[in-house]
Design a protein around this ligand. Structure first.
Ligand code: ZN
Ligand code: ZN
Length: 450
């Protein structure tokens, strides 16, 4: 405390300072010397006290060789000491040194330097200067090495990420406002009122509609009316659906899927490099990846609270039971929900989410792809960006094995895709169902009846 107190007084007036120094006991001198040899810690000084050179009164730049001085007097003192210069005053050895006349009498200027406490011991020898320089150089080199070892996203990689984020934001509306334009969702409870069909069927629906949380009673669904209908012969189910069509959610979900396909196409077209592919390869990639990307992007609306896809209002909140009412069964839905849960728990950044979708689309091993080399090059680039991104931007522990887990998700999507195709084929065999689909869905997923 005493030390900082005396220091704050130092620059206020060099005359007082001069006195202080003159009567300072040696021990106190040492404390000051030690503290003032540090790089000037500006924050330690009272900001209201002007920093004035103790020698000439010019603006001081900090403590130099143990005293508050300007750059000019600092240099003068060092040069004089190095040369072991002996000056003589042409006047009376009591010249008053000012900013303007400080060059006129070197003898009195040097005397002032010593009077205010400047010490030659604080001047580094050439050897010390050299050593200090080398140390600074070495530290800089070490820092540069550390910096170069640190994984970094290149400007180009960041650029690709920005493009993908933009592409996703342009094609994914988190308000889901367009959903009102689809054919409306009809759920089995409404269905009950609408249909005058057999009590056996309606019972089947209402038990399903009570919809326990997913996983608690998959059997009741699996062996429910829908899967029976799905697995039965086309003619049989066709005759049944003359009286009653159970797939009440099909029109709405068909429109939703059709809409999503359009958005996935829009997203794909904005992936850097995608447009360099031939039209045939673009189509082949989109046809086979569309459902996987739809499953991926739907994770944004998926909620772990009640295992549903929540797209705004209650009308557009989709439970597993809703999807069964569009013709799918638990063979698809159980692993699909499992997939959604697993993906959600990865807590992907939006950057990782969009990269994963792009990587999924640009898979060279899709059926019908001609220029596999080009697709592979594009996919490799995206994979590298994803890996760099995780290393640079995803903090642990979330980043642990994250890339591997994401790639595993792509493998899961392949089997989901396969199961979806199976069930879709089954559905589209039935004209009364395939007529509910849209031309785009039929084109992308295939039209069995044509
Ligand atoms: Zn000065
Ligand atoms: Zn003089």
């Amino acid at each position: 405390m005493a030390e900082s107190c005396s220091m704050s007084e130092i620059p206020s007036s060099w005359e007082i300072y001069q006195q202080n120094v003159a009567y300072l006991p040696d021990a106190e001198m040492e404390i000051m010397a030690a503290s003032t040899s540090l790089p000037d810690p500006a924050g330690e000084f009272d900001r209201n006290v002007p920093r004035i050179c103790g020698v000439c009164g010019d603006k001081a730049t900090g403590f130099h060789f143990n005293a508050m001085t300007c750059e000019g007097c600092k240099g003068f003192f060092r040069r004089s000491m190095k040369r072991k210069a002996m000056f003589t005053c042409p006047f009376n050895s009591d010249c008053k040194i000012t900013k303007d006349n400080r060059r006129h009498c070197q003898a009195c200027r040097l005397k002032r330097c010593i009077d205010i406490g400047m010490m030659k011991e604080f001047i580094l020898t050439d050897e010390e200067v050299q050593r200090k320089r080398e140390m600074i150089m070495k530290r800089k080199e070490e820092e540069a090495l550390k910096e170069s070892m640190k994984p970094k996203l290149s400007e180009e990689q960041q650029n690709v990420i920005d493009i993908l984020l933009e592409a996703h934001r342009k094609t994914y509306d988190p308000t889901y406002s367009d959903f009102t334009q689809f054919r409306p969702p009809v759920r089995s409870s409404e269905d009950q009122r609408l249909t005058r069909s057999s009590s056996v069927l309606t019972q089947g629906f209402s038990s399903e509609d009570s919809s326990e949380p997913f996983g608690s009673s998959p059997d009741s669904v699996e062996h429910g009316m829908f899967s029976n209908l799905m697995l039965s012969e086309p003619e049989e189910s066709a005759s049944m659906s003359i009286n009653f069509s159970p797939l009440t959610m099909l029109p709405h979900l068909a429109d939703l899927v059709s809409y999503s396909i359009q958005k996935v196409i829009g997203f794909a077209k904005m992936i850097p490099g995608f447009r360099d592919l031939t039209a045939e390869d673009q189509i082949a990639l989109l046809k086979s990846s569309a459902i996987e990307v739809i499953m991926l992007r739907s994770n944004q609306s998926f909620t772990l609270e009640d295992m549903s896809w929540n797209c705004g209002s209650n009308d557009f909140k989709y439970k597993v039971s809703d999807v069964t009412q569009a013709g799918h069964n638990m063979e698809l839905l159980e692993p699909l929900v499992k997939f959604q849960v697993g993906l959600k728990k990865l807590n992907l950044h939006e950057e990782e989410h969009v990269l994963l979708m792009a990587i999924c689309i640009l898979s060279p091993d899709r059926p019908g792809v001609q220029d596999t080399t080009l697709v592979e090059t594009l996919q490799d680039r995206l994979s590298n960006i994803l890996q760099s991104y995780i290393r640079c931007r995803h903090p642990p522990p979330g980043s642990r094995l994250l890339y591997a887990k994401m790639i595993q998700k792509l493998a899961d999507l392949r089997s989901l895709n396969e199961e979806h195709s199976k069930q879709y084929r089954c559905l589209s065999f039935q004209p009364e169902h395939s007529m509910q689909l849209t031309p785009l869905v039929l084109e992308v997923f295939g039209n069995e009846i044509s």
